[in-house]
Ligand binder design. Structure first.
Ligand code: DX5
Ligand code: ZN
Length: 218
Protein backbone atom coordinates (compact mmCIF):
# COMPACT_ATOMS: atom_id res chain seq x y z
CA UNK A 1 0.00 0.00 0.00
CA UNK A 2 1.42 3.40 -0.90
CA UNK A 3 1.21 6.11 1.66
CA UNK A 4 0.40 9.76 1.03
CA UNK A 5 2.23 12.43 3.02
CA UNK A 6 0.44 15.77 2.86
CA UNK A 7 2.18 18.63 4.69
CA UNK A 8 -0.28 21.30 5.82
CA UNK A 9 0.67 24.82 4.79
CA UNK A 10 -1.33 26.15 7.76
CA UNK A 11 2.01 26.26 9.58
CA UNK A 12 3.88 27.87 6.67
CA UNK A 13 4.74 31.55 6.25
CA UNK A 14 1.66 32.97 4.53
CA UNK A 15 3.66 35.91 3.12
CA UNK A 16 5.73 33.45 1.05
CA UNK A 17 3.28 30.67 0.26
CA UNK A 18 4.64 29.73 -3.17
CA UNK A 19 8.18 29.41 -1.79
CA UNK A 20 6.89 27.47 1.21
CA UNK A 21 5.10 24.96 -1.02
CA UNK A 22 8.24 24.67 -3.15
CA UNK A 23 10.13 23.39 -0.10
CA UNK A 24 8.03 20.19 -0.09
CA UNK A 25 7.92 19.58 -3.86
CA UNK A 26 9.66 16.35 -4.75
CA UNK A 27 9.22 14.99 -1.21
CA UNK A 28 5.50 15.29 -0.44
CA UNK A 29 2.64 13.68 -2.34
CA UNK A 30 0.04 16.38 -1.79
CA UNK A 31 0.05 19.86 -0.26
CA UNK A 32 -2.73 20.09 2.34
CA UNK A 33 -4.53 23.43 2.20
CA UNK A 34 -6.72 24.40 5.18
CA UNK A 35 -9.53 26.76 4.25
CA UNK A 36 -11.22 28.20 7.37
CA UNK A 37 -14.08 30.71 7.44
CA UNK A 38 -14.28 31.74 11.12
CA UNK A 39 -17.80 30.29 11.23
CA UNK A 40 -17.41 26.54 10.97
CA UNK A 41 -14.22 26.85 13.04
CA UNK A 42 -13.11 29.83 15.15
CA UNK A 43 -10.16 30.61 12.87
CA UNK A 44 -9.72 32.28 9.50
CA UNK A 45 -7.21 31.51 6.75
CA UNK A 46 -7.88 32.12 3.06
CA UNK A 47 -10.26 31.17 0.30
CA UNK A 48 -10.49 30.41 -3.39
CA UNK A 49 -8.40 33.31 -4.77
CA UNK A 50 -5.37 32.21 -2.75
CA UNK A 51 -5.92 28.57 -3.70
CA UNK A 52 -6.10 29.58 -7.39
CA UNK A 53 -2.77 31.38 -7.07
CA UNK A 54 -1.24 28.35 -5.38
CA UNK A 55 -2.51 26.07 -8.13
CA UNK A 56 -0.64 28.21 -10.62
CA UNK A 57 2.50 28.19 -8.48
CA UNK A 58 3.00 24.47 -7.84
CA UNK A 59 2.83 21.12 -9.57
CA UNK A 60 1.89 19.38 -6.31
CA UNK A 61 -1.71 18.16 -6.10
CA UNK A 62 -3.64 20.38 -3.67
CA UNK A 63 -5.57 18.58 -0.96
CA UNK A 64 -8.12 21.24 0.01
CA UNK A 65 -9.65 20.78 3.47
CA UNK A 66 -12.65 23.07 3.70
CA UNK A 67 -13.49 23.93 7.30
CA UNK A 68 -16.35 26.13 6.21
CA UNK A 69 -20.11 26.44 6.39
CA UNK A 70 -22.19 25.97 3.23
CA UNK A 71 -19.80 23.62 1.41
CA UNK A 72 -22.57 23.04 -1.15
CA UNK A 73 -22.04 26.62 -2.26
CA UNK A 74 -18.24 26.75 -2.22
CA UNK A 75 -16.76 23.27 -2.71
CA UNK A 76 -17.41 22.86 -6.46
CA UNK A 77 -15.47 26.08 -7.16
CA UNK A 78 -12.30 24.54 -5.71
CA UNK A 79 -12.80 21.50 -7.93
CA UNK A 80 -13.36 23.64 -11.03
CA UNK A 81 -10.21 25.61 -10.22
CA UNK A 82 -8.16 22.40 -10.34
CA UNK A 83 -7.83 21.16 -6.76
CA UNK A 84 -6.95 17.46 -6.62
CA UNK A 85 -9.10 16.70 -3.56
CA UNK A 86 -11.90 18.78 -2.16
CA UNK A 87 -12.77 17.67 1.36
CA UNK A 88 -15.64 19.21 3.34
CA UNK A 89 -17.01 18.47 6.79
CA UNK A 90 -19.88 16.08 7.43
CA UNK A 91 -21.06 18.45 10.18
CA UNK A 92 -21.42 21.36 7.74
CA UNK A 93 -24.13 19.93 5.49
CA UNK A 94 -27.33 17.92 5.65
CA UNK A 95 -26.61 16.31 2.29
CA UNK A 96 -22.98 15.21 1.99
CA UNK A 97 -23.70 12.95 -0.97
CA UNK A 98 -25.02 15.84 -3.06
CA UNK A 99 -21.91 17.90 -2.32
CA UNK A 100 -19.65 14.93 -3.18
CA UNK A 101 -21.41 14.45 -6.49
CA UNK A 102 -20.99 18.13 -7.34
CA UNK A 103 -17.27 17.96 -6.52
CA UNK A 104 -16.76 14.87 -8.65
CA UNK A 105 -18.78 16.37 -11.50
CA UNK A 106 -16.52 19.42 -11.35
CA UNK A 107 -13.48 17.18 -11.81
CA UNK A 108 -11.93 16.65 -8.37
CA UNK A 109 -11.80 13.82 -5.88
CA UNK A 110 -14.37 14.21 -3.13
CA UNK A 111 -13.44 13.97 0.54
CA UNK A 112 -15.57 13.67 3.67
CA UNK A 113 -14.11 15.03 6.93
CA UNK A 114 -15.22 13.84 10.37
CA UNK A 115 -14.44 16.17 13.27
CA UNK A 116 -13.41 15.11 16.77
CA UNK A 117 -16.89 14.88 18.28
CA UNK A 118 -18.65 13.28 15.32
CA UNK A 119 -19.25 9.53 15.30
CA UNK A 120 -18.12 7.53 12.28
CA UNK A 121 -21.00 5.03 12.12
CA UNK A 122 -23.67 7.14 10.35
CA UNK A 123 -21.27 7.92 7.50
CA UNK A 124 -19.95 4.44 6.73
CA UNK A 125 -22.67 3.71 4.22
CA UNK A 126 -21.88 6.93 2.32
CA UNK A 127 -18.23 6.05 1.68
CA UNK A 128 -18.74 4.71 -1.88
CA UNK A 129 -19.61 8.30 -2.83
CA UNK A 130 -16.19 9.53 -1.69
CA UNK A 131 -12.54 9.18 -2.67
CA UNK A 132 -11.07 10.30 0.66
CA UNK A 133 -12.22 10.02 4.25
CA UNK A 134 -10.45 12.54 6.49
CA UNK A 135 -10.64 11.60 10.15
CA UNK A 136 -9.61 14.43 12.46
CA UNK A 137 -7.25 13.34 15.22
CA UNK A 138 -7.78 16.70 16.98
CA UNK A 139 -10.65 19.22 17.06
CA UNK A 140 -10.51 21.04 13.71
CA UNK A 141 -9.41 24.67 13.77
CA UNK A 142 -5.77 25.08 14.72
CA UNK A 143 -2.38 23.57 14.03
CA UNK A 144 -0.03 22.42 16.76
CA UNK A 145 -2.58 20.59 18.94
CA UNK A 146 -1.91 17.26 20.63
CA UNK A 147 -2.92 14.06 18.88
CA UNK A 148 -5.90 12.30 20.50
CA UNK A 149 -5.17 8.54 20.33
CA UNK A 150 -8.78 7.51 21.14
CA UNK A 151 -9.87 8.94 17.76
CA UNK A 152 -7.97 6.12 16.05
CA UNK A 153 -10.95 3.91 16.96
CA UNK A 154 -12.75 5.68 14.10
CA UNK A 155 -9.86 4.90 11.77
CA UNK A 156 -9.99 1.22 12.77
CA UNK A 157 -13.74 1.08 12.22
CA UNK A 158 -13.50 2.81 8.84
CA UNK A 159 -10.60 0.57 7.73
CA UNK A 160 -12.58 -2.55 8.60
CA UNK A 161 -15.57 -1.31 6.64
CA UNK A 162 -13.48 -0.18 3.65
CA UNK A 163 -11.61 -3.48 3.42
CA UNK A 164 -14.75 -5.58 3.86
CA UNK A 165 -16.49 -3.64 1.09
CA UNK A 166 -13.39 -3.55 -1.16
CA UNK A 167 -13.69 0.23 -1.38
CA UNK A 168 -10.80 2.17 -2.89
CA UNK A 169 -11.22 5.23 -0.64
CA UNK A 170 -8.17 6.63 1.15
CA UNK A 171 -8.30 7.09 4.92
CA UNK A 172 -6.51 10.30 5.87
CA UNK A 173 -5.68 11.50 9.37
CA UNK A 174 -5.22 15.16 10.29
CA UNK A 175 -4.02 16.66 13.56
CA UNK A 176 -1.03 16.03 15.76
CA UNK A 177 0.69 13.75 13.26
CA UNK A 178 4.41 13.59 14.03
CA UNK A 179 7.22 11.08 14.21
CA UNK A 180 5.73 9.88 17.48
CA UNK A 181 2.17 9.32 16.21
CA UNK A 182 2.30 8.51 12.49
CA UNK A 183 3.09 4.84 13.10
CA UNK A 184 0.05 4.49 15.38
CA UNK A 185 -2.20 6.03 12.75
CA UNK A 186 -0.78 3.77 10.03
CA UNK A 187 -1.25 0.73 12.24
CA UNK A 188 -4.90 1.73 12.80
CA UNK A 189 -5.42 1.75 9.03
CA UNK A 190 -4.72 5.27 7.78
CA UNK A 191 -2.95 5.57 4.43
CA UNK A 192 -2.75 9.36 4.06
CA UNK A 193 -1.19 11.63 6.66
CA UNK A 194 -1.47 15.39 7.10
CA UNK A 195 1.34 17.02 9.05
CA UNK A 196 1.55 20.75 9.67
CA UNK A 197 3.91 21.69 12.46
CA UNK A 198 5.85 18.39 12.12
CA UNK A 199 6.96 19.52 8.67
CA UNK A 200 6.79 23.32 8.62
CA UNK A 201 8.41 23.87 12.00
CA UNK A 202 11.45 21.93 10.78
CA UNK A 203 14.28 23.72 8.98
CA UNK A 204 14.56 20.96 6.33
CA UNK A 205 11.02 20.24 5.20
CA UNK A 206 11.91 17.57 2.65
CA UNK A 207 13.89 15.67 5.28
CA UNK A 208 10.92 15.93 7.67
CA UNK A 209 8.63 14.44 5.02
CA UNK A 210 11.07 11.58 4.31
CA UNK A 211 11.35 10.87 8.02
CA UNK A 212 7.56 10.74 8.46
CA UNK A 213 7.22 8.43 5.47
CA UNK A 214 9.84 6.08 6.89
CA UNK A 215 8.13 6.02 10.29
CA UNK A 216 4.71 5.33 8.75
CA UNK A 217 5.97 2.25 6.97
CA UNK A 218 5.67 -0.97 8.95
C1 DX5 B 1 -6.35 21.92 11.70
C2 DX5 B 1 -5.95 21.53 10.30
C3 DX5 B 1 -4.70 20.77 10.18
C4 DX5 B 1 -3.48 21.40 10.80
C5 DX5 B 1 -2.73 20.27 11.43
O1 DX5 B 1 -7.71 21.99 11.83
O2 DX5 B 1 -6.95 20.79 9.67
O3 DX5 B 1 -4.46 20.40 8.82
O4 DX5 B 1 -2.63 22.07 9.90
O5 DX5 B 1 -1.65 20.79 12.13
P1 DX5 B 1 -0.71 19.85 13.00
O6 DX5 B 1 -0.14 18.82 12.06
O7 DX5 B 1 0.31 20.79 13.51
O8 DX5 B 1 -1.55 19.24 14.06
ZN1 ZN C 1 -6.47 20.07 7.66
Amino acid sequence: MSYIIAPSILSADFAHLADEVATIEGAADWAHVDVMDNHFVPNLTFGLPVVKSLLAATTLPLDCHLMIENPDRWAPGYAEAGAHNVTFHAEATGDPVAVARDIRAAGALAGLAIDRDTPMEPYLELLPEFDTLLIMTIKAGFGGQSFIPELLDKVRLARKHVNAGHLTIRIEVDGGISGDTIGLAAEAGADAFVAGTAVYNEPDRAAAVHRLRALAAP
